[in-house]
Write a new protein. Structure first.
Length: 236
């Protein structure tokens, strides 16, 4: 189910077409017609961070959730997460588990070793177990921290989650309410270099913030050191 398949009905859908070359506009018009809950907007190709920020700027609701074109939400995903966040008003973000389409064993929580520890140190140690389509976040918190950093080639999601967690508590639902359909992604050497350089920039940028937020110096050093090692292996 996508957005309109949710049991939580008080929602709007903002479709951001990030410079596609197919018939996305026509398909949206055919599928949703003049449904007032659905808005379509097109932008020049700017990448995921730019597309999500565009959608955030247009959104009018208290909560923001993200759904990429390849992924699916369980029908009760938003209902569970919004109910939890309505009870815990101080929390700014709620995430859930996810699985890969066709393989119920691919729990992201299991893959990251998520212990349920929602402190900054716990989330960093457990490799930030939230994936973007699993997240529901208060729009007020996004306004406070500034949204996704569009200068990142990748890991822009981790960068945002760290900035939000430094200010606000998180919540989670221990159920796989998201199904990710993996696309055909090519991880050539150049792309791997970009990836690991982004990781290194992330750990360097947030080193002081992570220490202030309760991470041990050994944890921060390990994350940075593992990244430098992987990068060095690729740059040989």
């Amino acid at each position: 189910s996508g957005g309109l398949g949710q049991t939580f009905g008080d929602l709007e859908i903002v479709i951001v077409d990030d410079g596609s070359t197919d018939d996305t506009r026509e398909r949206v018009a055919m599928r949703y017609g003049d449904d007032a809950r659905v808005r379509y907007v097109r932008q020049e190709n700017g990448g995921p961070a730019a597309a999500r920020n565009h959608g955030i700027r247009l959104a009018r609701g208290e909560f923001i959730a993200f759904l990429d074109s390849d992924d699916l939400w369980a029908p009760d995903k938003l209902a569970h997460q919004v109910e939890l966040m309505d009870r815990e008003r101080k929390a700014a973000l709620c995430f859930c588990d996810r699985q890969i389409a066709g393989d119920p064993a691919t729990s992201r929580f299991a893959a990251t070793g998520f212990s349920g520890d929602l402190s900054m140190a716990g989330l960093i140690r457990d490799n930030l177990p939230m994936c973007t389509p699993s997240v529901v976040v208060r729009r007020e918190a996004l306004a406070q921290v500034g949204g996704f950093d569009e200068s990142f080639i990748c890991v822009e999601d981790w960068d945002l989650w760290i900035r939000i967690r430094a200010r606000y508590p998180f919540l989670y639902v221990d159920r796989p309410l998201v199904i990710v359909r993996p696309g055909e992604d090519s991880f050539g050497r150049a792309r791997l270099l970009d990836k690991w350089r982004s990781w290194l920039r992330l750990w360097s940028r947030h080193e002081a913030l992570l220490l202030e937020s309760g991470c041990s110096s050994s944890l921060v050093r390990r994350k940075k050191g593992d990244t430098e090692e992987a990068l060095a292996d690729l740059e040989i």
